[in-house]
Design a protein around this ligand. Structure first.
Ligand code: FES
Length: 206
């Protein structure tokens, strides 16, 4: 048996002092306790920033892609009618037709060309209504003219002739002139411009 094993505590030696938590044991003062919480907050913030970085460009790209679909088409109110710059009183009361160039906003993919000519129409005033015809000949697509001297509409390409109501006067055209829907709203003329297939007896929109 060694001398150390037989040694007894010295009665004069003070007992070992245990660490006290009265002043320095809080987590605030212990960096090893606060670190996981701070890391969690940083991760949340990083995830938020990452989401913004991803979502914002995606949203902008989506809007750009859908732009032609979302953009309001034409000058009308969604019913297909186009507001013209003509008032009813601009048409002769005796029904003499005037040729009117129809204009609308054209949209080609992501480009818009405002107020472009898209076709033309013959407009006649019948009392408080408007009788409108597409000027395209239903035979093979030439432009139909008005002949005041003959009191008719006439196509010089193959001599189709129509009366003032657009009905054929000879056998050349396959059908009557193509009427267009027209309305008078608050004194102004609105027109639903359409084009139709040529060389058919049926009036088929294209
Ligand atoms: S295109 Fe008009 S008569 Fe033929």
């Amino acid at each position: 048996m060694s001398e150390n094993e037989n040694a007894t505590p010295d009665a004069d030696e003070p007992p070992p002092v245990e660490a006290s938590c009265s002043t320095d044991c809080s987590s605030e003062n212990d960096p090893s306790i606060g670190t996981p919480r701070r890391n969690f907050v940083v991760e949340i913030m990083a995830a938020g920033v990452g989401a913004l970085v991803g979502i914002v460009p995606a949203a902008i790209g989506g809007l750009f892609f859908l732009d032609p679909l979302l953009r309001k088409r034409g000058k009308g109110e969604g019913d297909g009618f186009i507001e013209t710059d003509l008032v009813l009183d601009a048409l002769p009361e005796d029904g003499t037709p005037i040729r009117y160039t129809v204009r609308d906003d054209l949209i080609n993919a992501w480009n818009m060309f405002p107020d472009q000519p898209i076709g033309s129409a013959w407009l006649r005033r019948i009392q408080d209504q408007v009788l409108a015809f597409n000027t395209v000949c239903p035979h093979l697509g030439c432009a139909v003219e008005h002949r005041p001297s003959e009191g008719d509409f006439y196509c010089p390409c193959h001599t189709s002739a129509f009366d003032m109501n657009g009905e054929p006067l000879n056998v050349i055209p396959p059908r009557a002139m193509d009427t267009l829907e027209a309305e008078v709203r608050d004194g102004r003329i609105w027109l639903k411009y359409q084009e139709f297939r040529g060389a058919t007896s049926e009036k088929v929109p294209v």
